[in-house]
Write a protein that binds this ligand. Structure first.
Ligand code: SIN
Length: 303
């Protein structure tokens, strides 16, 4: 049987499948469906220092092969999350990643510091790419200099491995990824959602109060694969691929494009046991294609 372990350098995961932030609650919600120990890791929904109610409804909208969301990073705040983390960590040994948000550099640092001292947290994912909280979808990941500054600040003041989640809504993602790497990022996760617009023809208005929203799901898979390939060729730290992964075949495509592991998103919303199915499918396909381990094909695209 194939070896499914995924090597991120600073940690080896039992498999490459990691449910993504915002699609998996805080993990505990999924215990009614499966044992969290089956996952490679999972990412908890992003938090700020304080509790946030998020954006006004509607917050999600189905599109052909996709999902638009405008949640607005609702959450219990970092201190509130620490209790949830302790509870969930007592029910699983799977590494927990927490998605760290901030309205300012200081807030990113404060949230990261609160989580940094928790032994239950394996890694931090710096969310500098949410399209739903600032005007026009702007975020630090849209500029190399903002990315470099925030990543450096958090990295220099925390001990946990730092994954930096980047935005696809930029013209040159490779240079932004390089800035994150130079500032000390241990891994890059790509991509957050693509900015999209849903319209209500009867009301002649945008569906979302925030105007734009973030598109995920199979509709973005080819776009995400392209970015994973570009970023994996631009940096030497591990890349975690995200974007419309629904099957084991999708996982292997992202690994072939250069990802060391993947995050599953929309699938967790439409099929709560989807990530576990994807893990089994990946193993089955590796056996069928006689792939012994993920490193054998990682970034091995023949061109
Ligand atoms: C949201 O909460 O609006 C989505 C989070 C994100 O895209 O980072």
């Amino acid at each position: 049987m194939a070896d499914l372990t995924a090597d991120l350098g600073f940690i080896k995961l039992k498999n490459p499948v990691i449910p993504a932030s915002g699609t998996f609650g805080y993990g505990g919600e999924f215990l009614q469906f499966f044992d969290l120990d089956l996952l490679g890791a999972f990412v908890m929904k992003g938090v700020y220092t304080d509790e946030r109610g998020g954006n006004e409804p509607p917050r999600i909208w189905e599109t052909p092969s996709g999902l638009l969301n405008s949640i607005g990073l609702a959450g219990p705040g970092a201190e509130g999350l620490t209790k949830i983390i302790k509870d969930v960590a007592s029910k699983t040994s799977t590494p927990i990643i927490v998605n760290v948000c901030g309205g300012t550099d200081e807030e990113y640092l404060e949230v990261a510091r609160i989580l940094d001292v928790m032994k239950e947290v394996a890694m931090l994912e710096l969310n500098i790419s949410c399209p739903n909280v600032r005007a026009g979808g702007s975020c630090p990941a849209q500029s190399s200099s903002d990315t470099r500054r925030v990543v450096k600040l958090v990295k220099e003041n925390t001990e946990k491995p730092l994954i930096v989640k980047l935005s696809p809504n930029v013209s040159d993602i490779s240079s932004i990824a390089r800035s994150a790497e130079e500032a000390g990022a241990d891994a890059i996760s790509v991509v957050n959602t693509f900015l999209g617009l849903a319209l209500d023809i009867e009301k002649r208005k945008p569906v979302f109060k925030n105007f734009f929203a973030g598109l995920s799901g199979p509709a973005i898979k080819p776009l995400a694969l392209k970015i994973v390939w570009e970023v994996a060729n631009a940096v030497s730290i591990p890349v975690i691929g995200i974007g419309g992964i629904m099957t084991g075949r999708d996982v292997l495509e992202f690994i072939l494009a250069g990802a060391a592991a993947v995050q599953t998103g929309t699938v967790n919303i439409v099929e709560p046991t989807g990530s576990v199915r994807i893990i089994s499918e990946t193993l089955e396909l590796m056996d069928e294609l006689k792939i012994n381990n993920l490193e054998e094909i990682r970034g091995g695209l023949k061109i």
